[in-house]
Ligand binder design. Structure first.
Ligand code: OOG
Ligand code: MG
Length: 260
């Protein structure tokens, strides 16, 4: 357990990096035995500050759900972070990189939750509770020096490297099997990453199953109207001004964003 003072100081460091756009050193350099529970408590404290500044929680993101990403980061378990309204970028809209530290982008699938979901749920229960599904892009940005953290507690405390997200303006309602859809992310017209949606936790709905179980450990659940980003299907690509990024997902259509 962290002392309240240390908890406050670690939350301050990440929050200052977020607000200033200046990277900080990873927390496990100061607290080598930072636990996963402490890390989620720091994440929650950071989100509380954002809410106090006027942001509204819109849902959750799953991370490290694909083998490609876990291998890249050398980490072995999925994690979750919190999304807010200020993090959403309109489909096809411009996105200013001016406040970013070292942003990257990755292809995802998003669910709109229509009914409460909590604790241990099945894939079928998640499917029935989802009101919509769409293609999505997640813009990541780690607050840590060089986007390097090497440990689960570090990335969890940093709200799982979340920065922004783009949902396709086409949201599909009703039954659609999203278990094996072809996904292709292109930058300035050239396809740079491809995968099946099966790369996301074996099935994107299973990401939501895992999310509900993890949320329950922290006394939380999914509420109607919330968004879930199910996790990236491939590695992330670095962003710089002038890049146009599009993601096409079979049957779901396109989502895009322009870097300014
Ligand atoms: C952690 C966040 C991972 C995903 O979809 O796998 C993530 C990171 O890559 O720094 O959002
Ligand atoms: Mg992601």
């Amino acid at each position: 357990m962290l002392t309240p003072e240390l908890m406050e100081s670690l939350t301050d460091q990440l929050d200052a990096a977020l607000q200033s756009g200046r990277e900080c050193t990873r927390l496990t350099l100061q607290v080598p035995d930072l636990s996963l529970d402490d890390a989620y408590a720091i994440q929650a404290a950071g989100v509380e500050r954002r809410v106090a500044r006027g942001e509204r929680i819109t849902g959750y993101k799953m991370g490290l759900t694909s083998k490609a990403k876990r291998d890249q980061m050398n980490l072995n378990s999925p994690v979750y972070g919190v999304l807010t309204d200020r993090m959403q970028v309109p489909d096809n809209g411009p996105f200013s990189l001016s406040f970013g530290i070292h942003p990257k982008i990755e292809p995802e699938i998003a669910f709109l939750i229509g009914a409460p979901l909590s604790g241990h749920v099945t894939r079928e229960q998640v499917r029935d509770a989802c009101m919509g599904v769409s293609a999505a892009l997640e813009i990541l940005d780690s607050r840590y020096v060089g986007f390097k953290y090497f440990s689960l507690p570090d990335v969890i405390a940093d709200n799982c490297s979340s920065s922004h997200y783009v949902l396709s303006s086409q949201m599909f309602a009703g039954d659609m099997d999203v278990g094996d859809l072809a996904m292709a992310m292109a930058i300035n017209g050239t396809v740079v990453q491809t995968a099946s949606s099966a790369a996301i936790s074996g099935h994107p709905l299973d990401s939501v199953v895992q999310l509900c179980a993890m949320l329950a450990e922290h006394g939380k659940s999914l509420l109607p109207g919330q968004i879930v980003l199910a996790g990236a299907a491939t590695l992330a690509e670095a962003l710089s001004p002038g890049l146009d990024v599009t993601l096409d997902v079979e049957s779901l259509g396109r989502v895009s964003v322009r870097m300014a």
